[in-house]
Design a binder for this molecule. Structure first.
Ligand code: NAD
Length: 249
């Protein structure tokens, strides 16, 4: 175990109101590519063009066609050890909330209870006209096989949009407010697998720091917050979580 891993685990031992901010890097070991790493989704310009609210309204079929790989990857993904570590910390009464930028639903799938999904989720969706709610997993195989081009509402026939925050969309107000309050009250902020460049999510470590909480970052790359963190662990989250789970049995 590296010294910085030990130091991060020590901070977790001493804390009782941890808030974890997770990003795409917590799910790469579940097979879901991150945004900015090599081979990340940022390189998929077709996907990015379709991932806007106006793009969806203009061409829902194009949105589903562009996101089919992401859709099916998410549908098959299982939570990682790092997701499980956060469940364990919550069960021990040491973690107040998980705030995630991810849309893969893996924190809920792992069993985390208090989760603020700042960018929504691909797991559920709603009708763009009447608001009826749907479980998107009912549509994955149809979309993947090409038999279903646009999932449509069983009540009114309008297109169904997954509950994800697209470019041009507002963040869900409740999730954002909950995340800010959690950051204000935490006694340790853990950042797991985020480049910390997407705002307003990247404001949360600053909110925690300005309220006196230490910051621990576990990420493969450097972030703009590294100089302000009490500890930076430059390791794979799977390796870090394995060591930390052994410390919190
Ligand atoms: P990002 O892609 O900008 O950054 C991910 C960071 O995680 C990188 O700095 C990378 O070095 C690090 N990383 C990757 N694998 C790692 C591992 N195994 N261990 C430790 N670190 C690892 O992601 P972001 O900061 O979350 O911002 C991207 C945006 O993309 C978010 O808004 C999010 O909604 C969206 N997104 C979500 C998913 C998902 O739901 N799984 C996937 C891709 C993008």
């Amino acid at each position: 175990m590296t010294l910085n891993t030990e130091r991060a685990i020590d901070l977790m031992r001493k804390a009782n109101r941890i808030v974890a901010l997770s990003g795409a890097g917590i799910s790469t070991e579940a097979g879901i590519p991150d945004f900015r790493g090599p081979g990340g989704m940022w390189e998929d310009t077709d996907l990015l063009r379709q991932m806007s609210a106006s793009g969806f309204r203009r061409n829902p079929e194009g949105f589903y066609r562009a996101s089919v790989t992401l859709f099916s990857t998410i549908a098959r993904a299982e939570p990682t050890l790092a997701h499980r570590l956060l469940v364990r910390l919550e069960q021990l009464g040491k973690l107040d909330a998980v705030v995630t930028q991810n849309i893969d639903g893996l924190h809920h799938a792992a069993g985390s209870d208090k989760v603020y999904e700042l960018h929504g989720t691909f797991r559920t969706g709603r009708c763009t006209k009447c608001g009826s709610r749907f479980d998107m997993s009912d549509f994955y195989s149809g979309i993947e096989s090409g038999q279903l081009r646009v999932p449509s509402c069983t009540a009114c026939g309008a297109p169904i949009k997954p509950d994800v925050v697209l470019f041009e969309d507002m963040l869900p107000e409740d999730a954002w407010q909950g995340a800010v309050e959690a950051a204000q009250n935490c006694d340790l902020m853990l950042v797991f697998g985020s480049s910390l460049v997407v705002y307003p999510a990247a404001e949360l470590p600053m909110i925690a720091l300005s309220n006196g909480a230490p910051l621990a970052i576990v990420n493969l790359e450097a972030t703009a917050y590294d100089a302000m963190a009490t500890v930076n662990v430059r390791a794979k989250l799977g390796d870090f979580a394995k060591a930390a789970l052994a410390a919190f049995v």
